[in-house]
Structure formats: C-alpha cells, structure tokens
Design a binder for this molecule. Structure first.
Ligand SMILES: Cc1cc2nc3c(=O)[nH]c(=O)nc-3n(C[C@H](O)[C@H](O)[C@H](O)COP(=O)(O)OP(=O)(O)OC[C@H]3O[C@@H](n4cnc5c(N)ncnc54)[C@H](O)[C@@H]3O)c2cc1C
Length: 429
C-alpha cells in the first residue's frame, strides 16, 4: 500500500478532518523520524477502524496524546503513522456519590479536573504540565508528581481501562466501579507501557474529595541531605501532608524560591486543619516554618513542572533511608550539577539538567556512573529526557533489566507484528 493509499483509507476511517499530513504531521515526530500522517479518531469505533487500516497496511504506529513527550525511550526503529487521541476527549460518566469517573483517553488532566471541580472532587494525579498531559499518555507513561505521596499513582486510582490493540481489536479490563470483577489486571499492564502494547482509548478512575484549602510551607536547610533528613521528620510528625518535596538550591531557584535547599510541604483541608498542622510543623524546624507568600498553588505548580524544564532528565529510585547517601554519591559522580527534586516519601529523585551538556561524550560517562550509584544503593535510574546529541550514547532504560523475556512474551502476544512504537522500550523491544 502506498502512503497516499494509507492516508485515503485512514480518512475513510477517521473522517477527512481526522487525518493530518505534511507540516501538521511533523509536530508528531519522534527520535528523528516523522510519520507520513496522523490519524485523529473522535470515537472508539473510529479508533478501531484506524488501527485495522494500519494493521492491514503493516504500518508502524506510535500512539499519541498531545505529542509533548514522544521522545521518551529509545528512538523508534520505524514510524509510519501517529494515532492521536486528542479528539477523543469526553467525560463519559461521573458518579460523584460513588466517586468514580470514566473518560476518553484524550482528555487533558486540567480539563478533567475542571469538570470534577463542580462536585468538589479531583483526580489527584499531578505530573508536569496538566494543561497538555492527556489521561491516556499519563497512564501509558505512569507519570506522577508530588501528590503521589498522599494520593498514590496511576495504578492506585485506575479501576478500568479500554484499549485498542494493534489489529484493531477492542479489549476492556476492570470496570467503572471500585469493587471490581476478577480477571487479568490490564490496568497494571498498561500503566507504563509507553505505547508499545496498544492504544489506551478510555479509562475509569477512583476520584477523591479536593481539599477545600491548600497551603504551602517552606523549611530551609543547610544542604540537600539535611533537607531530606528534615523532610523525614515531617513525614514522622503527626501531620498528613499532601506532598513533601526536598529541593536543592538550583531547583528552588528555578521554581522561583530562595536559592537554597528547601523542603516544600503542601497541606490541605479546612483552614482549621491547616492551622493545626502548621503549628505542629513549627516545632520541627529551626528556623521556623516560612509560609509561602502569594498563591501556594502557583509555587506548587512551579515545583511540579520542574522536570518538564529539563533539557536532560533522569529519575532515580532508591530505598528512602538511603536517599541522603545516594544524593552525596550522585552529586560527586556528576560533572555538572543538576537541579534535584526529591520525593522523600517514595525514595524518588528527579535529576534535571537545565542546560544541554557541553560535552555529550563525557555526559554519557556521567550517566553510566549515576546509574551505577543508584544500583549501588539498591535502586535504578532511567533517563526520561535526553538531548538528541547524547541520546544515541545513553540507553534510557539501562541494561540488565529483570523480566525482559517476560516483557517480550507479552509484547509478542499483544503486538505480534511488532508494529507499536517499535524499538522504543527496554532492550529496544
Ligand atoms: C520526568 C517527567 C518529565 C515530564 N516532562 C514533560 C514535558 O517536558 N512536557 C510536558 O508537556 N509534559 C511533561 N511531563 C508530563 C506529562 O504528563 C506526561 O509525560 C504525559 O505523558 C504527556 O502527555 P501527552 O499527551 O503530551 O503525551 P504524548 O507525548 O502524546 O505521549 C507520551 C507517551 O505516551 C504514549 N501514549 C500517549 N497516548 C497514548 C495512548 N492513548 N495509548 C497508549 N500510549 C499512549 C506515547 O506513545 C508516548 O510514549 C513529564 C513527566 C515526567 C514524569
């Protein structure tokens, strides 16, 4: 089938205004490759038809939402068509009494939370850039932010999923209610599948009450390890913070805070609940707690979005009690010092280089050293943003990941032709 035939058949499947070509398709480029066209189905049935067309054509497909993060992982080895969910963006059902919501995959987190706000509820997933992050992509990348401390991650909130496989078959897992049926847990399988197993078409989530008021407290410390130790004391204190993030001076400055190591503590609830917790936290810190001036949500947004500012970014995960040692060793191993944001409660560190590496080769060596440091502390490290110059020299996922053969088996079962985001994932699968 020629590229022109493929475009024609996709137009028949998605409608004439449901296919982009030329310059408009270039915005969906990934790893230096540009698709011949972008299909934008506006119903799940149209999505099934589009996938059946690409299946018949043997075309390599990358699922997309807003296409802000199509470069994560290895560059694709083939790329013919992007299938974007951006026109598949409705709230299908919201049961505010049961506290569940069912949405199309292309709705953004901001639009979804706008719709839930009327009932005083939210879906508390907060990766960077909620205005553009589509729900399907957040599931596919298992993206999270500061609120993971108190609210959990995708797999804690996702109760049902609808997926369209590479051959156009629709598959459902879970359901719309919290008490769910037995069966394969497709929700966990697709969380973090990075567009390699199927196109997420829709999802059902548990939602939570949105705290009526929010406050942000800032605690200063002499160094980042001291900030981490202070954050651990906050976590041990009789308070229930929404999030606790430790930032080094570079990260604090980038978020518009004083350029020094800082612990940012988010509190939520009624004004009385916030006041009581603030008084308890005041006994922990010397100097005492500083209440963020201005709009606390704005500063929180700047901290949440920091990983999106990275020209080069990595996420490390180590045992929470080894965070201090990991940070000391990581800073020693890195020729250039990144901005560091530490989700202390979960042992996750975001390393954000805010300028491109001057020497890509020596940066590749730094990357390997950092990965070895994380492994030495019983953890792992993934590069989630890489500049193209150093990209080829660095394996984003790292080698020797356990369970690769099992992953290959799942990939072969769901995408036997290897046509979905080919080469992107662990071990270039
Ligand atoms: C460390 C970190 C850094 C981040 N940096 C940025 C940033 O710089 N800019 C930004 O806007 N957001 C950023 N985010 C947050 C953002 O929430 C997610 O990356 C989100 O995936 C982007 O949404 P999107 O719709 O643009 O995704 P896309 O870029 O369209 O897709 C992202 C990935 O998800 C897959 N995918 C998308 N939709 C589907 C689907 N329906 N089914 C299956 N697979 C799908 C794609 O194939 C791709 O692998 C970051 C998150 C983290 C954790």
């Amino acid at each position: 089938m020629t590229a022109a035939d493929l475009v024609e058949r996709l137009r028949a499947a998605a409608g004439t205004d449901g296919v982009l070509v030329g310059d408009a398709a270039r915005a969906y480029g990934a790893g230096g490759l540009t698709p011949a066209c972008v299909a934008l189905p506006d119903t799940v049935e149209a999505l099934e038809r589009c996938m059946a067309v690409t299946h018949a054509a043997g075309a390599a497909v990358i699922p997309a939402g807003s296409a802000t993060r199509l470069d994560v992982g290895h560059p694709p080895v083939r790329y013919d068509v992007a299938v974007s969910t951006r026109r598949l963006c409705r709230v299908q059902a919201h049961d505010d009494a049961d506290m569940t919501v069912t949405v199309d995959a292309g709705i953004t987190l901001a639009d979804l939370n706008g719709a839930l706000a009327a009932a005083g509820q939210w879906l508390p997933l907060d990766p960077p850039c909620p205005d553009t992050a589509t729900v399907g992509a957040v599931v596919a990348t298992d993206a999270s932010g500061p609120l993971r401390l108190s609210q959990g991650k995708v797999r804690d909130l996702l109760i049902g999923i609808t997926v369209v496989l590479a051959d156009g078959t629709r598959v459902r897992g879970g359901g719309r209610v919290v008490k769910n049926v037995a069966g394969y847990d497709l929700m966990k399988l697709f969380s973090g599948s990075h567009g390699t197993l199927g196109v997420v078409a829709g999802a059902s989530f548990k939602v939570r009450p949105r705290p009526a008021q929010r406050a942000l407290l800032l605690l200063t410390a002499a160094s980042l390890p001291a900030a981490v130790a202070l954050a651990v004391r906050v976590l041990d204190a009789p308070v229930a913070p929404l999030y606790v993030e430790a930032l080094n001076a570079a990260a604090a400055a980038h978020a518009g805070l004083p350029a020094q190591p800082i612990v940012a503590v988010g509190l939520g609830g009624s004004s009385k609940e916030i006041e009581v917790q603030m008084a308890r936290l005041n006994t922990l810190a010397e100097p005492p707690v500083v209440v963020s001036e201005g709009d606390p949500d704005r500063t929180y947004g700047a901290v949440r979005d920091l990983p999106a500012a990275a020209v080069c970014g990595a996420t490390a995960s180590v045992l929470p009690r080894r965070l201090g040692e990991f940070i000391d060793d990581a800073v020693e191993s890195s020729a250039t010092s990144p901005a560091l944001v530490v989700h202390v409660g979960s042992g996750v560190v975001r390393l954000c280089w805010l300028a491109p590496p001057a020497d890509p080769q020596s940066f590749a060596a730094t990357a390997e050293r950092l990965r070895a440091v994380a492994a030495g502390h019983g953890g792992w490290l993934v590069f989630d943003t890489l500049p193209s110059a150093s990209g080829a020299a660095i394996d984003p996922w790292g080698a020797g990941i356990p369970g690769v053969e099992l992953m290959r088996g799942i990939k072969r079962t769901l995408d036997p032709g290897g046509r979905l985001s080919p080469g992107r994932f662990v071990d270039r699968m």
